[in-house]
Design a protein around this ligand. Structure first.
Ligand code: MRU
Length: 365
């Protein structure tokens, strides 16, 4: 994605050919800053502290985390401990486990002196594949949106609602849910995006709004509670979100609040799509209720941070001191509320049979 005149991915290898550079997303939208990762511990910290976030990018960062680990010490013991430290960073996005296994397993079979080079190669492969997959999701989703736009008469901009950030910042490039929007906009179809702020961490307000603004896509920021009202009034033509894990029955685990948007969409006959790359499918977990939901700290609920009038970033308290708060990071949307899963291979019904139709051989694995 371009920032000004320069094309960026969200993660890349530095010119020294070993350290890894990331965009520090905790600084956005107020500052665009990059940061080097020089150790597997740096990579684990970046994921845990959400300097990088979004399911595909978490996976890519963990893959480079293993490459950095192999540079430190390529022994079996260090491979095992780095893999488990990276796995422990965040519990919900399946891409983390997928990427760690994709790198770890071939490493166990490789000679110790070849492990670092192999790990860097595999991490780069994961990144390149993510870009290609998301570009394909963009093409598939843009066709779905263009069809909807034509069905609605093709007279006014297509109004799309999205939740959280499933744009290029959440992946290596393009994004999942936002990729079709970029494709459609670039093709000249008029679009307008309702961006849910996505409390408590506000990935919509901070990240999706920043991305769309950088690309020039028209958008309106809304509070999370506004979506249902807008749908009742015919202001939303289609919803699209990303996902951290789709289980074998087609249940969609995504950022907290997704379920409520899907319910409102269903009640108002607004199509509700989920965009995902195939590594986000967890064939081994039968039902959405089996997904571990990240429980995040109370402070994200009781406090909020943003830019003060003096230009500095400040945190302020919203609730009385000592207030108890509960902060589940994700929820599960049942398949019956999902119009379709937009993948790199086409649109699947949100069901085991629907996903197997597109990814048969993986489903059998
Ligand atoms: O807590 P986050 O910011 O990592 O959550 C991100 C999301 O929920 C995204 O919607 C999901 O990872 C899909 S990203 C393409």
């Amino acid at each position: 994605m371009k920032i000004g005149d320069k094309h960026y991915r969200t993660i890349w290898l530095n010119d020294d050919n070993w350290s890894v550079e990331i965009i520090d997303q905790t600084k956005l939208p107020h500052e665009f800053a990059t940061r080097p990762l020089r150790s597997s511990a740096d990579a684990a910290h970046a994921i845990r502290s959400m300097l990088v976030r979004g399911a595909p990018l978490i996976g890519a960062t963990a893959a480079y985390g293993l490459a950095l680990a192999m540079r430190e010490d390529a022994s079996d013991a260090h491979l095992a401990s780095a893999a488990s430290a990276l796995q422990a960073t965040r519990p919900t996005a399946i891409n983390l486990r997928w990427a760690i296994e994709r790198v770890r397993e071939p490493l166990t079979r490789a000679p110790v002196n070849e492990r670092a080079a192999l790990a860097y190669r595999l991490a780069a492969e994961i990144c390149d594949e993510d870009v290609a997959i998301n570009e394909a999701i963009g093409r598939v989703g843009a066709e779905v949106f263009a069809t909807r736009w034509r069905e609605l008469g093709a007279k006014r901009p297509l109004n799309i609602l999205t939740h959280c950030n499933a744009g290029w910042l959440a992946t290596v490039d393009w994004g999942t849910a936002i990729a079709p929007i970029y494709k459609l906009y670039d093709a000249g179809v008029p679009v307008h995006v309702f961006v849910d702020e996505t409390r408590p961490r506000n990935q919509g307000a901070s990240l999706t709004a920043w991305e769309l603004k950088s690309h020039g896509v028209p958008f309106t920021l809304i509070v999370d509670n506004a979506g249902g009202h807008l749908m009742q009034h015919g202001d939303v033509d289609v919803c699209i979100v990303g996902t951290d894990r789709v289980t074998a029955d087609g249940s969609v685990c995504n950022k907290i609040g997704t379920y409520l948007k899907a319910l409102a969409a269903h009640d108002n006959k607004v199509p509700f799509y989920v965009a995902l790359p195939s590594p986000t499918i967890d064939w081994a977990t039968a039902r959405g209720s089996d997904v571990p939901i990240e429980d995040r700290g109370a402070r994200e609920v009781t406090h909020i941070s943003g830019r003060g009038s003096d230009g500095g970033v400040i945190e302020v308290a919203l609730a009385p001191e000592g207030t108890q708060a509960r902060n589940p990071g994700f929820d599960v949307t049942p398949p019956r509320l999902v119009t379709g899963l937009i993948t790199e291979r086409g649109v699947a019904e949100a069901s085991n049979a629907g996903m197997k139709k597109l990814f048969g051989e993986k489903a059998a694995a």
